[in-house]
Design a protein around this ligand. Structure first.
Ligand code: A2P
Length: 292
């Protein structure tokens, strides 16, 4: 990746990123680096640069086909593994009680590490109706010490209630698409009730929200970039946020969001951009049943 080169100028220290205490007392950084749509070669430089910049949360998935490169970047970095919060997610073929446990082992092997900080069920794939057993498999992997915490992604409220009812174990996070055009207010209220932390994927709307004129205007007023304004909005809502970029200067820029605050008027302006009917940029979890 030609754009990742040289030494990063790191104005923000890892310790400037607030830590969020999960329900099992693990602490997760509120801002991390997401690697969806970065290929296995490119991801080595991107994660290396993110770690040098100060990111300490790295979020990958089996389905991204880049765990091997993520693991290589972590091993080659000067940052000790113990200082990094590493998340992966089960592919939708790794379902069921045994499938989930074998899936965790496959991720550990690909990443070249002996534990994950957090493992998620990536999609509920409701047509296959296996997510309760898969959840039991992740719980077993946690009990065996292979993962420190377990959670889900793309789960609806009803699906969360079902796995909690059937196991008594509450996921520490639900990672769902969230950005100014798709704000998920009902889910955030429900998470707060249940002690589940919200993780925002596609926090910049896969880049599509960066051109919003309201965001651009706020960015000019506060002297920050549109990406920084959007990330700051997530942070002030209390969400854990994992922007992706393959450009060194953007990786740095996205980390530099702790020296300004959006006031209530600007938070309100962004709040009014929510467009639940049209704002989603990714797959709808209620109908996504692909096996990969
Ligand atoms: P690139 O990887 O070429 O830098 P999300 O995190 O919501 O999935 O958004 C990722 C998209 O937003 C990618 O297309 C990424 O492009 C782009 N992006 C990430 N950070 C920035 C930034 N600071 N400025 C402009 N575009 C950005």
């Amino acid at each position: 990746m030609s754009t990742i080169e040289g030494q990063p100028d790191a104005p923000v220290r890892p310790s400037d990123v607030p830590g969020i205490e999960l329900s099992n007392f693990l602490t997760i950084p509120q801002l991390g680096f997401g690697v969806w749509q970065i290929d296995n070669n490119e991801v080595v430089d991107a994660v290396g640069h993110a770690l040098a910049t100060g990111y300490r949360l790295i979020d990958t998935a089996q389905g991204y086909d880049n765990e091997e490169g993520v693991g290589r970047a972590i091993r080659e970095s000067a940052v000790p593994r113990g200082d990094i919060f590493l998340t992966s997610k089960l592919r939708t073929k790794a379902m069921g009680l045994d499938g989930a446990q074998r899936g965790v082992e496959a991720s550990l092997q690909a990443l070249g590490t002996d534990y994950l900080d957090l493992m998620l069920i990536h999609w509920p794939t409701p047509a296959h109706n296996q997510y309760v057993d898969t959840w039991k498999g992740l719980i077993a992997a946690r009990e065996n010490g292979l993962v420190r915490a377990v959670g889900v992604s793309n789960f609806t409220r009803a699906q969360l209630e079902r796995i909690i009812d059937e196991t008594g174990v509450i996921p520490v996070v639900d990672q769902i698409e969230t950005h100014p055009h798709f704000q998920q207010p009902d889910m955030l209220a429900y998470f707060a009730d249940r002690g589940i932390h919200h993780q925002a994927y596609s926090p910049l709307g896969s880049g599509q929200v960066l051109d919003d004129p309201v965001i651009a205007k706020i960015a000019r007023t506060v002297g920050k970039s549109p990406a920084q304004v959007i990330l700051r909005w997530h942070i002030q809502r209390g969400s854990i946020v994992i922007p992706k970029s393959t450009h060194a200067e953007r990786i740095d820029e996205n980390f530099d969001v702790f020296d300004f605050t959006l006031d209530d008027a600007d938070m309100g302006r962004i709040h009014r951009l929510d467009d639940p009917a049209n704002g989603r940029t990714g797959s709808d979890p209620e109908t996504f049943n692909d096996l990969y």
